[in-house]
Design a protein around this ligand. Structure first.
Ligand SMILES: Cc1cc2nc3c(=O)[nH]c(=O)nc-3n(C[C@H](O)[C@H](O)[C@H](O)COP(=O)(O)OP(=O)(O)OC[C@H]3O[C@@H](n4cnc5c(N)ncnc54)[C@H](O)[C@@H]3O)c2cc1C
Length: 616
């Protein structure tokens, strides 16, 4: 099975990505240059990532007393990725980028996520550098961002602390001005940081000569107290090794110490670390305290960080999707070759099922239940891929569209980002579970790759804002913001698809069902907030997000199916049958689930909130 035809259909036929080259920024590009990028990434993923996916799972990163050791394959994959130029693909020509649309970058990166999600730590590095390009000073861009884009240095994102994960307002890392002349450092106002950062991905390794940590910390007030809440949070660049203004290493270590490696369920190719800042193990100028350079204004750290988080959330959604896709392809191959059991034939004398054991066994793809599990995976994963690419296309629209289109894209992204992150994390994980099920007992062993896909994918509901936090963001903020304008905009887009699909006889029943679902989500949103009490409204935020997500995916599938039928007028291609079949599956088996989810939302059901703690 190849991902490419699906990707090509979604990019070029459905999203008309080729038309992006009519924008000034992308004018040098064409279908040929887009295809060349996809070809290169597909090849690197096939040669340098996929063959080593099991190796990086088995050879977890370890600390040899001096440094973190990773398998050679990880070094080779990193080098191949950097050499391809993909780290800075979307950046301007004058800093070595390709001015590639983000839509194409996201599509190209999907090959790596499918081949070996944990071997590369590239998403964090490019996200970190992108943030500095927006919020950093010219010097910070020159010294830090450019060296990250070139692959010479890597980047991290240091938000979480042992006691502050979902609740970043409780961050306790402190940053105090370093000397009276702290404002005069050309790399940015210089502070000394002390504190602990937990769960930091790629927090230590030898893949690159330096690591650029982007760290959230609080600057104490004049009484030495940390300002409560998120208002007091600032953002700092904290390099692992000290550098000068030319970007050369000074030879001195910064006071950032590896306190330990976390041993994870999956995603084992990437190190995950507890880092101690400023404990005095590596004093700088004879003093304890990690040197950090302020990015942006004091107190605006979270605002800057969110710039990185939206694209990171699309990245997480894409990773979850591609792990789901890897499991789908593996289980499809398996189901096509595994002989087991016979077809149900006729009723026996007692009315039960009879099977003729003299006949040869059938391949398991011939069993109805296995076909159900395959079609569920296809509907989850190809639907999720379409959603991620749609969101990536909105990112391009926001950056290069006219004022109205850009603002609409911004608002749509606000509403869709929690879905783009959470929906694949839940349903492409379910796809991985079905892939294991199709393999039977073999799926539960390490002789087949599907158990690793499930373990790797299980992270995605946790990091970058847990499921619960995404749901609270959606129902508590995104559908209400700007007087519900984002929600109305989304409803308008869904309405356009419904109107087009209603004219296609095969799709008309789906169009009606989607119209009803949309109305129900709208009324449930109002019912949830009917009393204005956030406790009651948000008590069932996750079921709300599940229903919202399923409605969005039904829309995506209807739109995809409508386009597939319009392009393939005789409806002869197997790919068209696959797309309309997956859409039909989604409408018949999945969309009806929203009723149960929305029942508890509409009634602000208190079953969970009111149960006394002792009764659990
Ligand atoms: C492998 C891995 C890699 C990671 N990489 C990074 C990284 O590079 N950088 C980084 O900064 N962090 C990283 N993280 C941290 C990750 O973002 C946090 O684990 C996550 O935000 C949850 O925080 P926590 O673990 O403290 O759990 P908690 O916040 O304690 O949450 C525990 C449970 O309580 C729920 N909960 C908490 N608060 C609420 C609430 N207000 N309403 C409803 N439910 C709530 C959560 O949804 C969750 O189910 C990583 C984590 C892992 C496991």
């Amino acid at each position: 099975m190849s991902l490419r035809p699906t990707l090509d259909f979604l990019l070029y036929d459905w999203l008309d990505a080729q038309a992006l080259n009519q924008r000034e920024r992308f004018a040098d590009h064409s279908r040929e240059t887009f295809d060349a990028v996809l070809d290169t990434c597909e090849r690197i993923a096939r040669e340098k990532y996929a063959p080593f996916n099991r190796i990086v799972d088995l050879q977890e990163p370890h600390f040899d007393g001096e440094k973190v050791v990773l398998p050679q394959a990880t070094h080779d994959a990193h080098k191949a990725f950097v050499d391809s130029g993909m780290m800075s693909a979307a950046q301007d020509y004058d800093i070595g980028g390709m001015q590639l649309p983000y839509t194409l970058q996201a599509a190209a990166n999907s090959f790596f996520a499918m081949a070996s999600v944990s071997i590369g730590s590239n998403m964090l590095t490019s996200g970190n550098a992108n943030l500095l390009m927006v919020h950093g000073t010219e010097m910070q861009k020159e010294v830090f961002a450019k060296n990250e884009f070139s692959g010479r240095w890597a980047g991290t994102m240091c938000l979480s602390e042992p006691q502050a994960g979902s609740s970043l307002s409780d961050v306790a890392t402190r940053a105090v001005p370093d000397g009276a002349d702290f404002q005069d450092d050309p790399l940015g106002p210089r502070y000394r940081l002390t504190g602990n950062k937990m769960w930091i991905s790629s927090g230590d390794h030898e893949l690159t000569e330096n690591i650029v940590h982007i760290v959230l910390a609080k600057i104490p007030d004049e009484n030495g107290k940390l300002v409560p809440g998120t208002r007091g949070i600032s953002l700092f660049i904290v390099p692992k090794r000290m550098v000068d203004t030319r970007g050369d290493l000074t030879g001195e270590r910064n006071d950032v110490a590896l306190a330990g490696l976390n041993h994870k369920l999956g995603w084992r190719g990437t190190t995950n670390t507890l880092l101690n800042f400023g404990e005095g193990r590596y004093p700088v100028d004879g003093k304890a305290g990690a040197i950090g350079y302020l990015v942006g204004s004091p107190g605006k750290g979270l605002h800057c960080m969110f710039h990185m988080m939206n694209e990171a959330r699309i990245g997480v959604g894409t990773a979850a999707t591609m792990l789901g896709m890897a499991g789908y392809y593996a289980s499809l191959d398996y189901a096509r070759t595994r002989p087991q059991g016979r077809a149900v034939q006729k009723a026996g004398a007692d009315g039960g099922v009879v099977k003729d054991s003299a006949r040869p066994q059938v391949r398991i793809i011939e069993h109805a239940d296995v076909r159900r599990m395959l079609l569920a995976q296809k509907a989850y994963c190809e639907g999720a891929l379409a959603l991620e690419l749609y969101c990536a296309r909105l990112v391009d629209e926001q950056k290069t569209g006219n004022a109205q289109a850009a603002d609409d894209a911004r608002l749509l992204l606000e509403v869709l980002t929690p879905i783009a992150k959470s929906w694949p994390s839940e349903w492409c994980l379910e796809a991985n579970s079905l892939a294991i099920q199709i393999h039977g007992g073999y799926g539960y062993t390490r002789d087949f790759p599907v158990e690793q896909y499930w373990r790797d994918n299980r992270l995605n509901m946790i990091h970058e804002g847990t499921h619960g936090i995404q749901a609270a963001d959606l129902l508590g903020r995104k559908v209400l913001m700007e007087e519900g304008r984002g929600m109305k905009l989304l409803a308008g887009r869904i309405g356009d698809t419904i109107a087009r699909a209603a004219r296609v006889p095969e799709l008309a029943p789906h169009a009606r069902a989607l119209g009803e679902a949309l109305e129900r989500v709208g009324s449930a949103t109002q019912a949830a907030w009917a009393t204005g009490d956030p406790q009651a409204a948000l008590a069932n935020a996750v079921p709300y997000m599940q229903a919202f997500g399923h409605t969005v995916l039904a829309w995506i599938w209807l739109d995809v199916a409508e386009k597939a039928l319009a392009l393939d007028a005789p409806k002869s291609a197997a790919s068209t049958a696959g797309r309309t079949g997956a859409a039909a599956y989604f409408f018949r088996y999945e969309l009806p689930k929203i009723g149960a989810w929305l029942n508890v939302v509409e009634s602000r059901d208190p079953t969970c909130t009111e149960l006394p703690e002792e009764a659990f």
